[in-house]
Design a protein around this ligand. Sequence first.
Ligand SMILES: C[S@@+](CC[C@H](N)C(=O)[O-])C[C@H]1O[C@@H](n2cnc3c(N)ncnc32)[C@H](O)[C@@H]1O
Length: 260
Amino acid sequence: MSILMQVLRDSLKRAPKEALSPARASNPLIQYLEMHPDGRAVDRWHHYFDIYHRHFARFRGTQFTMIEIGIFNGGSLPMWREYFGSKATIVGVDVNAECVKFAEPGIEIMIGDQADRVFLASISDRYKDIAIVLDDGGHRMHQQIATFEELYPHLRPGGGVYLCEDTHTSYMPVFGGGYGNANTFIETSKSLIDKIHAFHSLDTSVLAPDDFTRSTDSLHFYDSVLVIEKRERTPPHRVSYGKEAEFTYVAPSLSGRRQD
Ligand SMILES: C[S@@+](CC[C@H](N)C(=O)[O-])C[C@H]1O[C@@H](n2cnc3c(N)ncnc32)[C@H](O)[C@@H]1O
């Protein structure tokens, strides 16, 4: 290729970067993808990249393991590799044995079915410092639920992130979903809202704090994405600052018990 063609090609390559909107330019994941137009395909709803960056940025440059369920073309694996840096171990999981070809230094591949709880246990047996799980696998209800139930407990206790994407399939019968159907991933995750409040339960026979309550900081519901931030928790306690008001505050106490 003549030097001229090379220069032209290079200048053309830079064009996408210059076309980046400020918001997009600040997202290193989108920058990476726009700078690798010839890379292996990655297909996502556009708003996912800001969600990733919001919840994953703190892990960049650190040592940890990321599990991505669902490899397909393997396009996202080098993106995560570049984004997190060489200290991270990126593990791609897929039921399609062909995906073994995407293994490379820093990127490991496990082949198996995300609905198979024995296989899921083999993932947490092999990787002892999982800080991020991203489920972009088959998107069927039983697959998403099994993967969450088996891998969430093995996420780094002091600060891991569980992200399930394409949760809109909970509204689609072809994936086993359907609005209001109790067996969907979304209906299952709605019960997690109760669990995160269980320290305040007045009737532990119906709602009691459990391991999820004691290990979860927050739930973030986005369009088609659920992010769960893991962090060890103890029952909340109230703190007061400043002087008491001169008048009494007539309302049920926030303990929920009769007016103390
Ligand atoms: C949406 S694609 C993954 C896209 C990939 N994360 C990317 O960024 O390009 C879904 C993948 O999940 C895999 N898959 C489907 N059902 C699965 C299962 N039960 N267990 C594991 N992987 C599964 C499919 O083989 C397919 O490669």
